[in-house]
Write a protein that binds this ligand. Structure first.
Ligand SMILES: NC(=O)c1ccc[n+]([C@@H]2O[C@H](COP(=O)([O-])OP(=O)(O)OC[C@H]3O[C@@H](n4cnc5c(N)ncnc54)[C@H](OP(=O)(O)O)[C@@H]3O)[C@@H](O)[C@H]2O)c1
Length: 265
């Protein structure tokens, strides 16, 4: 399935209210795709959906849902069935992170992060893949991160959650490719969104940021290509080489230095 085939089909984007997810909606709507927008902030989604309908003449559905709730995926599936929407593109994008020493964030926040970043993706894939494969071709985009490639001290749970996404998503590619579903694992580099502010990010070695528009353009340009992992990040090859071949202590120390809180430097 390529971008031109999106016109008139339905896509579902999680985390559609801001950042990369919002930009996915902008570019998919411009290609004529009807959209199901999922996130928690209903008023933001309603206003954005109205803007997309007016500008691009597409149909939209807003589903305000907290994806960290176990029942959320079932509720979304029920809503799609009720509205007779057979999605052809699923973008699992919603996630959050947290910077700082492990013990300084409550365990419940980490559990919520694991449920949103991993379990919600598994549940949505599990529930929606059979319907996706009813089309001659369809796409799942699972948003990973360079954080997936090595452990990150001071961002331990987020990095581990993205390592899960990275492995899980590529395994699904292997299972669904022959059934006409391309499962793309998207690796954005540091991107200019509200993510870092919500994660309590402090000044770090990560200085340059791409725009969400660049990241999404790269993802969508690869829709028609049989490529399991799409990198929208600079320096990934060097990072993977370092993380994969250097001794774990060296990798952990080096990465830990990049993410250490200012008061511990
Ligand atoms: N920004 C970066 O530098 C960067 C780098 C690599 C990878 N990524 C990945 O890119 C993806 C998008 O991140 P972003 O940078 O666009 O972040 P963002 O601007 O903070 O957007 C996150 C989105 O997720 C939604 N969300 C958060 N918690 C949710 C919940 N419990 N239930 C449903 N929706 C929820 C938010 O909407 P509501 O608040 O309305 O629910 C928002 O729409 C994530 O998977 C992230 O890990 C980002």
């Amino acid at each position: 399935m390529n971008l031109t085939q999106c016109a008139g089909a339905w896509g579902l984007v999680s985390g559609a209210s801001s950042g990369i997810g919002r930009e996915f909606c902008v570019q998919l709507a411009a290609a004529g795709m009807n959209l199901v927008l999922v996130a928690r902030r209903e008023a933001v989604l309603d206003e954005f959906a109205a803007e997309l309908r007016t500008r691009h003449g597409i149909a939209t559905q807003v589903i305000a849902a907290d994806l960290a709730r176990e029942e959320a995926a079932a509720e979304i599936q029920a809503r799609l069935t009720r509205e007779a929407i057979a999605i052809r593109l699923l973008c699992n994008n919603a996630a959050f992170g947290r910077w700082g020493r492990f013990e300084q964030t409550e365990a419940e926040v980490y559990c919520e992060m694991i449920r949103l970043n991993t379990s919600a993706m598994v549940s949505l894939c599990h529930r929606l893949l059979p319907a996706l494969s009813s089309h001659p071709s369809s796409v799942v985009i699972n948003v990973s991160s360079p954080a997936a490639y090595q452990p990150i001290p001071y961002m331990a749970v987020y990095a581990a959650s993205k390592a899960f996404v990275h492995s899980f998503s590529q395994a699904l590619y292997g299972e669904w490719r022959a059934r006409g579903v391309l499962v793309q694992t998207l690796v954005p580099g540091p991107t200019d969104t509200g993510f870092d502010a919500k994660a309590g990010a402090y000044d770090s070695a990560l200085k340059t940021r791409a725009s969400p528009a660049e990241v999404v353009r790269t993802a969508l340009a690869h829709l028609g290509q049989d490529q399991p992992v799409v990198a929208a990040a600079k320096g990934l090859f060097k990072q993977r080489f370092f993380a994969g071949l250097f001794p774990p202590r060296t990798v952990i120390e080096q990465v830990g230095r990049m993410f250490r809180p200012p008061e511990e430097r």
